[in-house]
Design a protein around this ligand. Structure first.
Ligand code: ZN
Length: 349
């Protein structure tokens, strides 16, 4: 052990001793004995009357020592370790400290959550709370569903168009029903059929399911559709200046679908007027308000009848601008089926 020391004679002996002891490997026995040569030290002769205070190292000559006495230190107690050098405070140290703290937090979180889940009973939350949670999750699923535009395969929008007076008359004694007839032979039926065909063609191109129906079509019994419009034209009589414009009506007696009927009627009137430019004629007849088809179709089929114009004063328009007449009716139906398109007529298209 003495060979490992690096004492210099300039050192204070006790300080050197303490320093050497500090170098002592901590794994060594607490009761190790140090022996080193004190021959060169100029120690005064020992006074036997002087006793060391309690806790002080007793100095005893090592046994078998020769002229150069040896200092023997039975170490009953380890001296206080020297202060450690200050911890490194550089960036590397900060980084390592941070990483270590994060790892500790993560490990603690994993441990706590594992313990919590192990100890959580399936009925930890009340039935009421879980019911509310399910409701929230279900609501989120509903909201996430994207609405699909109409018409869809799930519900094919069905539209019925009646060409007024077409088909076999109700009275079997008549071969056909031309409707109103002008002196020169112009028939209401010819105008109604031409307009109805254009309406059906246009709506079919918009991928609606459209039925072209005759006046007394057997299919009209309990007919179910999203909308049904019957197309007629006013007669050729001379009503003076008042004999111009269009009429429209819905069933006066049907109460169950009154709201839908009125909405359809409002759309037809506003869109037809805006598209054709024809004025609305307010003289409604019994044949319109009590139109026979109103009583035949299903009670929840919105139904309306329109008189497109007067064959006298409006004759030129009825025979030359049937495209606008048809478009006015189409716009009225689209207004009813697609409320967002209300007020956007497409004149002349
Ligand atoms: Zn008619």
């Amino acid at each position: 052990m003495a060979d490992d020391t690096d004492l210099t004679w300039d050192d204070d002996p006790l300080e050197a001793l303490a320093r050497e002891y500090a170098r002592h490997d901590e794994d060594e026995d607490d009761f190790a004995v140090w022996t080193f040569d004190t021959g060169a030290l100029d120690l005064p002769p020992r006074d036997p009357s002087v006793t060391a205070p309690p806790g002080a190292f007793p100095l005893e000559p090592a046994s078998g020592s020769s002229p150069a006495p040896a200092l023997s230190l039975p170490l009953g107690r380890r001296a206080a370790p020297p202060p450690r050098p200050p911890a490194q405070s550089g960036p590397a140290s900060v980084w390592w400290t941070t990483v270590r703290n994060v790892l500790i937090v993560v490990a603690a979180a994993v441990l706590v959550s594992t313990i919590f889940s192990l100890w959580t009973r399936p009925n930890f939350f009340s039935d009421e709370f879980r019911a509310g949670l399910n409701k929230v999750q279900a609501t989120q699923r509903v909201i996430s569903i994207q609405p699909s535009p109409l018409p869809t395969d799930a519900h094919q929008v069905r539209i019925g168009i009646i060409a007024g007076h077409s088909g076999r008359p109700q009275d079997p004694s008549f071969e056909s029903d031309p409707g109103a007839v002008c002196p020169d032979g112009l028939t209401e039926l010819s105008i109604n059929e031409a307009v109805a065909r254009q309406v059906v063609t246009t709506l079919s191109q918009e991928r609606y399911m459209v039925d072209l129906l005759t006046e007394f079509d057997p299919r009209l019994t309990n007919y179910q559709a999203d909308v049904l419009v019957s197309i007629h034209t006013n007669d050729c009589q001379d009503y003076g200046a008042a004999g111009t414009g269009f009429n429209a009506a819905s069933a006066s007696a049907r109460q169950t679908t009154r709201g839908k009927d009125e909405k359809l009627l409002a759309c037809l009137i506003s869109q037809y007027a805006a598209t054709t430019g024809l004025p609305q004629h307010y003289g409604l007849t019994y044949d319109m308000t009590e139109y026979h088809t109103f009583d035949e179709v299903a009670i929840d089929t919105p139904t309306a009848i329109i008189e497109t114009g007067f064959m006298g004063n409006d004759r030129a328009f009825l025979t030359e601008r049937q495209d606008l007449i048809a478009q006015g009716i189409v716009n009225g139906i689209r207004c009813f089926l697609l409320p967002d398109d209300a007020g956007t007529p497409v004149p002349g298209s």
